[in-house]
Write a protein that binds this ligand. Structure first.
Ligand code: NOJ
Length: 556
């Protein structure tokens, strides 16, 4: 392996940052964030060190699912800007060395999309079979709905033709039928269109639902994974290293199929929902066991495939892959009030309030995330420790306006508060106390900590590429892991509990000629002739230790 490989398979050593243009920065003061505002803030992202932006849906929408209900796949929501503004953003981002990907939401359209309007007009409509219809009464599917607070079936009767259409999500989001070759051609065209405008790939929404053809004419597409391979190779042909980052919240064995097995010819990356959920269980128990079991349970993938690690995203913090008892443990620790919970499976909180604002724990968790094998993915506002606005009472509680300054509306917009997409966070996590402008100037702020983490993370390709190994040691609250790649090796220590610990390390192949160099603070630790050292760790402490071989030419 050569360092230049990290430029080819760039996603393996990337730092992703997800944002919604609508809530990021409003430049024309109409209350809605926009592309010109985002362009103004690109330098914040460059300064932070992220390498790839993920734009949440920016397409025209009926606004029934915060943009995930699209009415024109080739358009730009006029409230956010124009195609010209998007191209200016992509161009400027590329100039700054940032790649840009966007949500590709093709499992469904809005019911206001012209295709669906045409489809529902009559059973003979030319667009009828772009969606999934059935004439018989559907069975009870109440246990399959994704949003149980709103829906009780995945089929909806359409009065006009007396047939039912499939909608895995809200009834306002009819599912497209990908067994129809015309639909598949159209999806390829959408991918081609945005990549031609400069996008570097997509975050693919709801992939298992997209590939589930059971309610449709499945014999028209016997192997949906073959189609996924087609989409990937089409993207490969049209771009220089474009990626598909898939949302696949399934057990690991099934996720492997969506990577294309060890051939790695389907999704380039997938979010690691399993390890994310295990992280919260580990934090609640102050026991690294659940996380260790999750990480060591990851299947073997192609060297080109990659996991995206995260502690929070734009949706509910789903805990659906935990057992009922485990979920209740996490609820009790981090969201005991029913107002903090949603769909009986998740929390609508951000990390710092869940950890009682304890800066040691918050930093330890981000240090952990950035040290895990995979590509770290940040949700906007995490870098300054934003909280949630619980009164919103839905997943939107964490999609509040970005907090730039301590001024009105957190510097997001100069419009009246009533015109904003949602309320700004109030209370101790409000802009008065949590904002970019103040933290930029403070070398001890969370933002400065993120900068340091990201810069260190980028210099340690062993984290994104390397062999991962959990190191045996006696403290249940501590995760000690080693990532090694090529001639580099890094030990990361994280203490999930409040009690200080001394971690005995024994590193194979090392001796007294090696030493351990701290990467997040100044300091070195000697190893004895057997490669052993006792490393102290504070309560909720974290350390990244580069294994320094004699004569190494790597900069420390
Ligand atoms: C997953 C997205 O993350 C979520 O926000 C959305 O509601 C559903 N897919 C439906 O598109």
């Amino acid at each position: 392996m050569r360092v230049s490989d990290t430029a080819d398979l760039w996603w393996k050593n990337a730092v992703l940052y997800c944002l919604d243009v609508e809530t990021y920065m409003d430049w024309d003061d109409d209350g809605t964030g926009d592309f010109p505002g985002l362009v103004q803030r690109l330098d914040h992202l460059v300064d932070l060190g992220v390498t790839c932006l993920w734009l949440m849906p920016f397409y025209p929408t009926a606004e029934r699912d915060d943009g995930y209900d699209i009415t024109d796949f080739y358009g730009v929501d006029p409230r956010l800007g124009t195609h010209g503004d998007l191209v200016e953003l992509v161009r400027t981002a590329h100039d700054r060395g940032l790649r840009v990907i966007a949500d590709l939401v093709v499992n469904h359209t809005s019911d206001q999309h012209p295709w669906f309007k045409e489809s529902r007009r009559s059973k003979d409509s030319p667009k009828r079979d772009w969606y999934v219809w059935r004439s018989d009464t559907p069975p009870d599917t109440s246990d399959q709905v994704v949003f149980p607070d709103q829906e009780d079936s995945i089929w909806e009767l359409d009065e006009r033709t007396g047939e039912y259409y499939l909608h895995q999500f809200y009834k306002t989001q009819p599912d497209l039928d990908v067994t129809n070759p015309l639909v598949r051609d159209e999806i390829a065209k959408i991918v081609g269109f945005w990549t031609q405008l400069g996008l570097d790939g997509f975050r693919m929404d709801a992939v298992p639902f997209l590939l589930d053809t059971s309610g449709a004419e499945a014999d028209r597409l016997p192997d949906p994974h073959a189609w996924m391979r087609d989409v990937r190779s089409f993207l490969d042909r049209r771009t220089n290293g474009g990626i598909l980052l898939g949302e696949v919240n399934l057990p690991f064995e099934q996720q492997l199929e969506f990577f294309g097995g060890t051939d790695g010819d389907e999704l380039t990356m997938q979010f690691d929902f399993i390890s994310m959920q295990a992280t919260y269980l580990s934090l609640a128990r102050q026991d690294a066991g659940p996380l260790t079991r999750a990480l060591t349970g990851r299947p073997v993938t192609s060297p080109d495939s990659q996991w995206a690690t995260f502690v929070r995203n734009h949706d509910e913090l789903t805990l659906d892959k935990l057992t009922e008892d485990e979920r209740q443990e996490v609820f009790a620790a981090f969201g005991p009030d029913p107002a903090m919970q949603i769909y009986d499976r998740g929390l609508i909180r951000r990390l710092p309030p869940m950890l009682g604002g304890d800066p040691r724990r918050v930093r330890m968790v981000y240090s952990l995330m950035f040290s895990l094998p995979g590509t770290p993915t940040i949700f906007y506002g995490e870098e300054i420790g934003m909280g949630e606005q619980l009164e919103v009472g839905s997943r939107l509680a964490v999609r509040t306006p970005m907090q730039w300054t301590s001024g009105t509306n957190g510097g997001f917009s100069r419009a009246k508060a009533a015109k904003l997409p949602g309320p700004v966070v109030t209370g101790g996590y409000g802009p008065e106390f949590v904002n970019v402008a103040d933290q930029r100037k403070d070398p001890d702020s969370l933002l400065s900590f993120f900068r340091r983490l990201i810069s260190r993370r980028k210099e340690c390709p062993e984290l994104g590429w390397g062999e991962f190994q959990v190191l045996e040691q006696p403290h249940a609250a501590v995760l000690a892991h080693l990532c090694s790649w090529d001639d580099g090796a890094l030990v990361a220590l994280h203490n999930l509990g409040p009690e200080p610990a001394v971690v005995p390390l024994a590193l194979d192949g090392c001796g007294a000629e090696h030493l351990l160099a701290d990467l997040l603070v100044e300091g070195t630790t000697a190893l004895d002739e057997h490669g052993r050292a006792d490393v102290p760790l504070e309560g909720y402490g974290y350390r990244w230790l580069r294994v320094v071989a004699p004569g190494t030419r790597r900069l420390l």
